[in-house]
Write a protein of this length. Structure first.
Ligand SMILES: Nc1ccccc1C(=O)C[C@H](N)C(=O)O
Ligand SMILES: [Zn+2]
Ligand SMILES: [Zn+2]
Length: 208
């Protein structure tokens, strides 16, 4: 039997959001009493809240929208590696890990220590990761922080180098309870035709 492990961050009132961005809100906008039959919910949120994927349109006006992304990359074998305790991660840091023959790589940085608050500093990826990961055949990268770049970055070098190397970005996964190793990842974006990204329900399944 395969075990399913949730690596999504719960979406609820007060969930940390990017400073200045739209706060998360869920409300029943039409109650069962009002409609006579059902409770109907209304959701307001920034797409970059909790566990989500970025579409290239997020940082490139000409980039693809979420509907145009390669859906098969969000389902399949993935390797979790632990790189806790680093302020940033570049090709040099990744050389210590066996990531050959892997399409999906999830990096545990453990640098978002209080999930109740938006972090002030995170482990970020350096600009040389794009070509290095592409050379290894990686097509999707997942991180346990709100961004692959430093929080105050305007150039977004990691986003751009990943995109330039055709590597899809999954952000804000929760890997605190995950042991490094191989799993099956499922983290499907919603079919949002115009969007710059999408929240996802991300899970890992053990391969045994
Ligand atoms: N929501 C924001 C508001 C302002 C400035 C950046 C963001 C981001 O979301 C950037 C981050 N790299 C992200 O993809 O989640
Ligand atoms: Zn994002
Ligand atoms: Zn991002």
């Amino acid at each position: 039997m395969t075990t399913m492990i949730d690596i999504s961050r719960p979406l609820q009132t007060g969930v940390p959001t990017w400073p200045g961005d739209t706060p998360f809100s869920y409300e029943v906008s039409w109650t069962k009493e009002q409609s006579g039959s059902v409770n109907v919910g209304k959701l307001t949120m920034s797409i970059h809240t909790g566990t989500h994927v970025d579409a290239p349109f997020h940082f490139d006006n000409e980039g693809r929208k979420v509907m145009d992304l390669d859906m098969e990359l969000y389902i399949g074998p993935a390797r979790v590696i632990d790189l806790s305790g680093k302020s940033s991660i570049g090709a040099e840091d990744l050389k210590a890990y066996d990531i050959d023959g892997i399409t999906r790589l999830l990096i545990r940085t453990n640098s978002w220590s209080n999930p109740q608050e938006f972090p002030t500093e995170i482990t970020y990826l350096r600009g040389d990761v794009g070509p290095y990961l592409a050379e290894k055949g990686i097509r999707l990268i997942g991180v346990d922080v709100p961004s692959v770049d430093p929080l105050d970055s305007k150039e977004l070098s990691a986003h751009h180098t990943l995109h330039a190397n055709d590597i899809h970005i999954l952000e804000g996964i929760n890997l605190a309870h995950i042991a490094p190793g191989d799993y099956e990842l499922i983290a499907l974006p919603l079919p949002l035709v115009e969007a710059d990204g999408s929240p996802v329900r991300a899970i890992l399944r053990s391969l045994k």
